[in-house]
Ligand binder design. Sequence first.
Ligand code: MG
Ligand code: MG
Length: 267
Amino acid sequence: MDRKESVIFYKTKEEIELIRQSGVVLGKAHAEVAKLIQPGVKTIDLDKRAEEFIRDNGGIPSFKNYGEKNKKFPFTLCVSVNDIVVHGFPSEYQLKDGDIVSVDCGVKLNGFHSDSAYTYPVGEVAQDTKQLLDITKKSLYKAIEEVRIGKTIQDVSYIIQTFVEKNNFSVVRELVGHGIGKDLHEAPEVPNFGKKGKGARIKEGLVIAIEPMINLGKKEIIEDVDGWTIRTKDGKPSAHFEHTVAILNGQVEVLTTFEHIEAVLKN
Ligand code: MG
Ligand code: MG
């Protein structure tokens, strides 16, 4: 990583408010997807709905066409079923009872990105898989509690890793959370494993996406020939939850929201 890429862009209060507005559209787009998740739905239809909702609300899907010149992500959502860890392509695949599906989405609104992910059970899932979802989500909230002025990035990483490993799941090493703002991926990297006291110190204006990617089995991953899809090497399920958070007025604030998703899930 060269020096330029490692510079952290701390945000003003006004910029953080713009990211929050982007996060509201994102949270509602997730809820539109949540309404459709059930056995029989094609994952491409989740993608279509998310893109339509985001554009209808003045946003731009952050992921669509993201990447290098000859390697651009072609969809609005990453839809990652079962052993797919992240970056799965929406497709004609129909969700079925017992699957889990991670939906990762980003929205650019007023020049600023927000990024969040949620993993859903489809119908009735195995008990250990249910626990994987629960622990992964809890690890995200434990991490958010650790985002405090004076702590470091890897204090946050350490909390995720120790909590997950205590529960006998494993942390993917190759993929990490990130700073976010005018670019979808900015410095600093936010790993889901690490050592207390290491990494950048957390201060006012920091905006990061925290995103534990947690495997039921072993931590190793493999990449599909499409150059995007990441799977667990042992073929066991993987879960992913993500929020975009900021330090604003000395406190952590969650700028994305699961509130709309969870309202749908309650019904
Ligand atoms: Mg994401
Ligand atoms: Mg992210």
